[in-house]
Design a protein around this ligand. Structure first.
Ligand code: ATP
Length: 134
């Protein structure tokens, strides 16, 4: 087996289904590198970039958490949102980042603070994936 079918799905529908040689992702337990033949597992993902390597074709996707399910010939990513660089609206992400930063500076309860922290992470992740900043 030299390839893995990678399927990325969100509540809005499928984002991508293609074959790749390697998947790199950030799980809550740490960085994962998945090659064909990997043992089956499920891992929660952080707000981060998923990187897909194929023969001459590499892709990156901004995911906002979710789950990664691994089978020897298939990786499925189920995420609340997932965007390829070409789908990222940079101006929207910049505005979301500014809004979250503003909220973090305001005095507020823990729930709103946590919400703003997560919004900031999503916005920065989108900007990083768009700019290929790693
Ligand atoms: P915003 O405050 O701009 O809505 P958000 O982080 O709260 O950002 P999400 O709840 O993560 O947004 O996503 C809602 C939907 O909007 C998802 O379908 C997601 O893919 C899309 N989305 C959010 N931000 C962007 C962006 N900058 N570019 C493209 N799609 C985006």
């Amino acid at each position: 087996m030299s390839t893995l079918t990678v399927s990325v799905v969100t509540p809005d529908g499928p984002v991508l289904e293609e074959d790749f040689n390697m998947v790199s992702a950030k799980a809550e337990s740490g960085e994962l590198g998945i090659l064909p033949g990997h043992i089956p597992m499920v891992a929660p993902l952080t707000i981060s970039a998923v990187r897909l390597k194929g023969d001459g074709d590499s892709r990156r996707i901004a995911v906002s958490g979710g789950f990664l399910e691994v089978r020897p010939d298939k990786v499925t990513i189920l995420a609340q949102s997932a965007e390829l660089p070409s789908d990222i609206d940079v101006e929207r992400a910049r505005k979301a980042k500014e809004r979250a930063e503003r909220r973090l500076k305001e005095k507020q309860d823990d729930i709103d603070f946590r919400r703003a922290e997560l919004a900031l992470k999503r916005a920065m992740n989108r900007l990083d994936v768009y700019n290929n900043n790693f």
